[in-house]
Design a protein around this ligand. Structure first.
Ligand code: ZN
Length: 304
């Protein structure tokens, strides 16, 4: 199997092909590449997903599946925006979930390329498209109010392998480096963000496809770190660093992750939550101080 340049033309439009999937269950969707150790070299084990298989976890408070990779509101195609009285979108931007993960403070991961059913679909990406998504997530986090520090999140591209791939094929896919042969200068071109129109990197992908070059598939994992982890890195006991901050998304809205969905809260509710967080934080400290005070009073009485 030639991974990047096989000559089978898929008889559909490239972009449409990203949306195509087949349901096929498998015992394990997420695994690690085989580690081959001998006297000459060691292949480092890496994670990968198996196409059409079902991942061994469900959507919950810290996991969200997305069959698309529309990061912000402007990326949502017109056909997903209903013109009805409710103006409700049939597709939600990923920023909404990221905002929920950040505001809840527990962190979480969005998996772009995994369907709601948990079936692995994958998204075909050349290096330029990977760069595009990293830039898009950075842009999205920079638009939140206040902006989200880069230390709070991470974008990972985990390879997707075909079912029944051999260990040699899996190792080859997992060790494939899409940066090779791509100059840094060409990667510095500015991407078209906040738009549903094709970026130059989309046109590059289509041109490659038309030349029978099919890009590898990946699951894009956008990982939000728990606030406690980030606060401990700052090594600060300041109240501002201990309590998870709240951020507005690019539409000025605040979301929280509640089980497997996001819930929007009003400003009044946010103030209420902040008060409760502060009360909870000081509750234990006040209790300890009261106990210490009681002991001091008892000791004082004994002396008298
Ligand atoms: Zn681009």
């Amino acid at each position: 199997m030639v991974y990047l340049c096989f000559n089978t033309r898929v008889n559909v439009n490239y972009i449409d092909s990203l949306l195509i999937f087949q349901m096929q269950s498998s015992e394990m969707a997420l695994s690690s590449a085989p580690s081959e150790t001998n006297n000459v070299r060691t292949i480092v084990a890496r994670r990968y997903y198996v196409k059409h298989s079902i991942v061994p976890f469900e959507e919950d408070a810290t996991h969200e599946f997305k069959g698309h990779a529309n990061i912000c509101i402007e990326d949502i195609p017109n056909y997903c925006v209903n013109a009805g009285a409710s103006s409700k979108r049939s597709r939600q931007p990923i920023s909404k979930t990221l905002n929920g993960f950040i505001n809840t403070g527990e962190g979480g991961t969005v998996y772009c390329g995994i369907l709601d059913s948990g079936s692995v679909k994958g998204i075909k990406l050349i290096q330029y498209k990977k760069d595009h998504y990293v830039a898009s997530v950075d842009d999205c986090m920079g638009r939140f109010n206040p902006p989200v520090d880069k230390s709070r999140y991470e974008v990972r591209f985990i390879p997707v392998v075909e079912p029944n791939s051999s260990q040699a094929e899996i190792s080859a896919i997992c060790s494939y480096d899409s940066r090779k042969g791509v100059s840094l200068e060409s990667r510095r071109r500015e991407h078209l963000l906040r738009s549903q129109n094709y970026c130059w990197c989309d046109k590059e992908s289509i041109a490659l496809f038309n030349n029978n070059v099919i890009a590898p598939s990946y699951i894009i994992e956008i990982c939000i770190k728990p606030w406690a982890e980030c606060a401990s890195m700052k090594n600060s006991s300041s109240l501002v660093n201990i309590l998870s901050p709240y951020h507005e998304d690019e539409e000025g809205l605040c979301y929280f992750r509640r089980q497997a969905s996001v819930v929007q809260y009003s400003l009044c509710e946010m103030i209420q939550f902040t008060r409760q967080d502060v009360q909870d934080y000081f509750k234990e400290k006040i209790k300890k101080l009261e106990e210490q005070l009681k002991m001091i009073i008892v000791s004082g009485n004994k002396i008298l």
